[in-house]
Write a protein that binds this ligand. Structure first.
Ligand code: FPP
Length: 262
């Protein structure tokens, strides 16, 4: 009789986890917009006795993989939470590494972004980023501006509460200047004053690494998004994990508060 202790059994199951087989033809309902909270880089590195920044480096490799796969599947918008307004509270070295990542990433990834017709966009307060980060981001936006495929949107120095505050200020100023009346304010006017103006709300929000919270990400926009939480840390998130998330998404019954009469 085979007898395993809990820990051994866990390791056994982990190593022998059945591979997810990608069969793209099974994807019948591709979401237009997928948003991802790329969490778990630090814990991934710590578990391997590596510095946290190594987790972010590997996380960047995952960004490249998932971008190419999303583009191949015909997803129109992919929004990635790369740095929140709260992340400035991290140790200086980590913040500085994270701030250098856009430059590293666009330097190495630009040919493939062009090949895949990917258009870069950023949401968040870009003007507060270090100069080299701003330059890297603005260059990438400029270089990809005529691409018509996947919109790859990085949330950088992004906070949803700040975004909503800024929208409220703009609308209040329009009211004050008599460009609009208080009675005109509606959900569309609010959406049109957010950083995400013109981008449809996410159909699917994925958060990796087992945490189940929104962390100040797209609070207004996820009102009717489907949520998917996976225990896999972002550096280990593969095309197969993404494919699996899309299978789960297509099995969901989206009613938007109404009824599906079948
Ligand atoms: C959260 O993991 C991840 C981040 C704060 C940074 C995510 C950034 C990348 C994956 C690279 C993005 C690339 C570009 C080009 C901007 P964590 O550090 O909070 O992990 P933990 O919860 O395990 O500590």
């Amino acid at each position: 009789m085979l007898c395993c202790t809990g820990g051994y059994m866990f390791e056994f199951l982990k190593k022998n986890k059945p591979e997810i087989k990608i069969e793209n033809e099974k994807l019948k309902k591709i979401p237009t917009h997928v948003a991802i909270i790329m969490d778990g880089n630090g814990r991934w590195a710590k578990k391997r006795n590596m510095p946290r920044i190594k987790g972010h480096y590997e996380g960047m490799q995952t960004v490249k993989k998932i971008t190419k796969y999303a583009s191949k599947l015909g997803i129109k918008y992919l929004t990635l939470y790369a740095f929140s307004t709260e992340n400035w509270a991290r140790p200086k070295e980590e913040v500085s590494y994270l701030m250098d990542l856009p430059e590293k990433m666009f330097n190495s990834f630009m040919p493939e972004l062009m090949e895949n017709n990917v258009k870069i966009k950023v949401i968040g307060v870009v003007e507060q980023l270090p100069e080299n980060t701003q330059k890297a981001v603005l260059n990438a936006i400029e270089q990809t501006k005529n691409n018509t495929g996947l919109r790859l949107i990085f949330a950088l120095n992004y906070g949803s509460k700040d975004e909503i505050v800024s929208a409220v200020k703009k609308i209040a100023s329009d009211v004050k200047n008599e460009k609009c009346d208080v009675s005109d304010i509606n959900a569309d006017i609010i959406s049109n004053n957010l950083y995400t103006k013109g981008t449809p709300d996410p159909d699917l929000l994925i958060r990796t690494s087992g945490e189940q919270r929104i962390s100040n990400f797209l609070l207004w926009q996820v009102a009717y998004s489907e949520f998917l939480f996976t225990k896999v840390a972002w550096p280990d998130f593969t095309e197969a994990e993404f494919y699996n998330a899309l299978l789960v998404y297509q099995s969901r019954d989206r009613r938007f508060g109404g009824l599906n009469e079948n």
